[in-house]
Structure formats: structure tokens, C-alpha cells
Design a protein around this ligand. Structure first.
Ligand SMILES: Nc1ncnc2c1ncn2[C@@H]1O[C@H](COP(=O)(O)OP(=O)(O)OP(=O)(O)O)[C@@H](O)[C@H]1O
Ligand SMILES: [Mg+2]
Length: 414
């Protein structure tokens, strides 16, 4: 290789790597050419790459330029590899699964992503409604705008209005500063109204006005603020039934459900189970170790199980199995007990060895299955309070399903 003569400098203005074709042609020319053409090349290529050349480079500068090029090449390779991996993940972006039912969902996401039409995502608990909402946002023209999830279950009823609409200074005792509401915060992006069926009636009317007028009036304000939000809502309730029973406004239902997307339960797309299992095995594997695999028998048990808690229940089963067994092969015994029996979806009241906690867990999931994921209806069916049900589900989510049920919890399966 020839060495440039002058001891002058290159100043970096950007750390952006050179695109690969430029990087390689630059490198090969640098190696093959005479001094003069090297200087010329360094000047022109470095300028194109965002480097300011104050003068032709000296030896050490040329070396550091070469180092940067080597880094650029390595980075480009790494990026290409990542892109390939992402592209080869069996599914659609963050969603894993290739079953025909999921293909229909992906098709709809692509279609609605391009528009600003309101979307209502329906489906049982744990089917991936929130992932779909995020997918819609990231496939649309607003992907650089905010994605604001609002859990309508978690909104304290007295604070719903100020949370959603914001308030002006002095609107109520303690409002010493004005506060932007969640709807305004989503302006330019997507507002994701999760568990929309839980929104109190009076808030439903106010939300309808936002959708119609595209403006919000913060609590205590005399004027309105224009908002530009794309609304995606989700529910595991049968909203049409809620409308029929007078618990959900019909006009709001029509507004929100311009495009409904129905998430299929996992038991209706069993071919996706092995893919999702492997996805979670990789996600939860300990860093630096190859991800373990399930024995064929264990995989068969997982495929034959009905998964009333859907993908979330599957995810929990896998993280539990990985916590119990650090070896390379996971067995049926590493799965939760309800998956180990041959007919796992049934409630075996005649099984003497089942724990009370397990019986409770099955009763809860069975009720959710019966009510097609409607938590309030399931709580009614079980004869327990809504809060108790939410707490139990949270415990299962956190992996505490083996705990004994608390004394106040009463279970009735019918
Ligand atoms: N197709 C999928 N691919 C990969 N992960 C998934 C998929 N579907 C769901 N998950 C994962 O399962 C879990 C539950 O998904 P999500 O929260 O979107 O469900 P949900 O339908 O909103 O549930 P809920 O009604 O209980 O709120 C999450 O950890 C999510 O990442
Ligand atoms: Mg959700």
C-alpha cells in the first residue's frame, strides 16, 4: 500500500458508516493506487461520507480512515445479518405465527396501517391485541409520532376525565399547574384505548365528541384544543352485547368499529404453537447460552393443550420451564401441572391430587373461556369480585400460580 506524503488531517463530522459499496471500492482503490490518486480519492470519498478533509491525509490519518472503513464494513455486515434475521422471523414484525388466521390479521394490519380509520381489536385475553395495536401504529404514516396506550380498566373513575382530557390551572383543588391529557399527548400519533368496554358511560359520550369534533376540552377550560389522533381500541368483551344491554353507547361502537380485527384464540391456530414456543425460548434464554429446546413429547403436550390464557399463558409456561430447568432439553415435567395431563383443558374434579390453587386457576380460565375472555362476566360466573379476578390473573401473569388461594376467594364454577 502506498503512504500519503503530507502530514495533514481529516476531521470527522459524522460517525455514520460508509455504505458498503463505497466502503469496499474506497478500500480497494486505496490499496491499489499511487499516492496522488489516493489523496484525491480520500478527499472525494471522505467528503461524500460526511468527513471534512482539511487537507490531504498523512499516514496516521489514512490509517484511522482505514479503521473507520473496516468498522463500517463490519457494521454493515452486522446490520444485514440483523435485517435477515428479522425478515426470517416467521410472522409479521413483532407478531409471530404463520397460520392462515394470522395471515388474515397481517393483511388487515397492512391495509389499515396506511389509513387513519379507527380500528377495534377484538379477542380473548392474551391473544396479542396490544401487539396488533402497536403493529398498526408502526405500519402507518404516524410511526414516528407517539403511541399512547390507555388502560381503561386502570383509570380511576373520578380521575378519568382529567387523565384523558387534561386540566387547566385551578380546575380543582390541587391543580396548581395545567396538565396535558393523554388524548392530547397522542396528537400526531396513535391513541390506543385498551379494554374500551370498561369506559364509564359519561366518558363514552365525551370520547365520542373527541372522535367527531377532533378536539378536546380540558377540565375547567373554556375553549377547546384541536387534536389529531388515530384511535385504535381493544376489548375482550362482546361489545355488541354490551350495546344491546345498554352498557355501551351504540354511536361510539359504530365509530370505533369501522374496521374490526378479530384475534383468533391460540387453540384455533395450533400450527403456530411451535413457532411461538421457539420465539419465547430464544427471548428468555440466558445470554450467551444456546436456547434450550423442548422434547418432542413436551411439544406434543403444548400443541394439544387449549391455552385458555392464549399466548400470554404460553409465554408464562415457557419462562417457568426455563426457570425450573437450566439444561439444554426441557421435558413435560417442566411444564405447569395442568399441561402434563393428557386431557388438560378439562376440570378434573375427581382428581384427588390436584391442589386447591390449581383447581382455582382452572376454574378461572374455564370461566374466561366460557365468557370468551370477558373478565367481568367471568367474575360474575365465578362468584368473585372483578378486583379479585384481576388480581388472580396478575398473579398468574407474574408466575405465582402455585400460591394457595386466599381465604376470602370463593369459587363457584357455575
Ligand atoms: N403473535 C404473537 N407473537 C409473539 N408474541 C405474542 C403474540 N401474541 C401475543 N404475544 C405476547 O403475549 C403476551 C400477551 O399479548 P397482549 O398483551 O398483546 O395480549 P392482549 O390480547 O392485549 O391480552 P389482554 O386482553 O389480557 O390485555 C405479550 O407478552 C405479547 O408480547
Ligand atoms: Mg391487552
Amino acid at each position: 500500500m502506498c503512504t500519503p506524503r503530507h502530514n495533514e488531517e481529516i476531521v470527522s463530522e459524522t460517525s455514520a458508516p460508509l455504505p458498503i459499496p463505497e466502503a469496499t471500492s474506497f478500500l480497494s482503490l486505496l490499496i491499489a493506487s499511487d499516492e496522488e490518486s489516493v489523496r484525491e480519492l480520500v478527499r472525494s470519498e471522505a467528503t461524500r461520507a460526511g468527513l471534512r478533509v482539511k487537507a490531504a491525509p498523512g499516514a496516521s490519518q489514512a490509517l484511522s480512515a482505514l479503521e473507520r472503513l473496516a468498522r463500517a464494513i463490519a457494521l454493515d455486515r452486522e446490520n444485514r445479518l440483523l435485517r435477515e434475521q428479522l425478515g426470517s422471523r416467521p410472522g409479521f414484525g413483532i407478531l409471530v405465527g404463520v397460520s392462515p388466521r394470522m395471515q388474515q390479521v397481517y393483511h388487515l394490519i397492512e391495509k389499515v396501517g396506511r389509513s387513519l380509520t379507527p380500528v377495534l381489536i377484538l379477542g380473548e385475553t392474551g391473544t396479542g391485541k396490544e401487539l396488533v395495536a402497536r403493529s398498526i401504529h408502526f405500519h402507518g404514516p404516524r410511526k414516528h409520532g407517539p403511541f399512547v396506550p390507555v388502560d381503561c380498566t386502570g383509570l380511576v373513575s373520578t380521575l378519568v376525565e382529567s387523565e384523558l382530557f387534561g386540566y387547566v390551572k385551578g380546575a380543582f383543588t390541587g391543580a396548581s399547574q395545567p396538565k396535558r391529557g393523554l388524548i392530547e399527548a397522542a396528537s400526531g400519533g396513535t391513541l390506543f384505548l385498551d379494554e374500551i368496554g370498561e369506559l364509564p358511560m359519561e366518558m363514552q359520550a365525551k370520547l365520542l365528541r373527541v372522535l367527531q369534533e377532533r378536539e378536546v376540552r380540558p377540565v375547567g377550560a373554556t375553549s377547546t384544543i384541536p387534536v389529531d389522533v388515530r384511535v385504535v381500541a381493544a376489548t375482550n368483551r362482546d361489545l355488541q352485547k354490551e350495546v344491546d344491554q345498554g352498557r355501551f353507547r351504540q354511536d361510539l361502537f359504530y365509530r370505533l368499529s369501522v374496521v374490526p380485527i378479530r384475534m383468533p384464540p391460540l387453540r384455533e391456530r395450533k400450527s403456530d404453537i411451535p413457532l411461538i414456543v421457539n420465539h419465547f425460548l430464544e427471548r428468555y434464554a440466558v445470554d450467551g447460552r444456546p436456547s434450550p429446546v423442548f422434547s418432542e413429547d413436551a411439544m406434543r403436550h403444548m400443541v394439544s393443550y387449549d391455552w385458555p390464557g392464549n399466548v400470554r399463558e404460553l409465554e408464562n409456561a415457557i419462562s417457568r420451564a426455563l426457570a425450573l430447568n437450566s439444561g439444554p432439553l426441557l421435558h413435560v415435567g417442566d411444564l405447569p401441572t395442568n399441561l402434563q395431563s393428557p386431557a388438560p383443558a378439562r376440570l378434573p374434579l375427581d382428581d384427588e391430587h390436584i391442589t386447591l390453587a390449581e383447581l382455582e386457576r382452572r376454574a378461572i380460565f374455564r370461566a374466561l373461556q366460557k365468557t370468551r375472555g370477558d373478565k367481568l362476566a367471568a367474575a360474575r360466573l365465578l362468584g368473585i369480585g372483578k378486583t379479585t379476578l384481576y388480581r388472580k390473573l396478575k398473579e398468574y401473569e407474574d408466575g405465582n400460580s402455585d400460591h394457595e388461594p386466599e381465604a376470602e376467594t370463593e369459587i363457584s364454577t357455575e
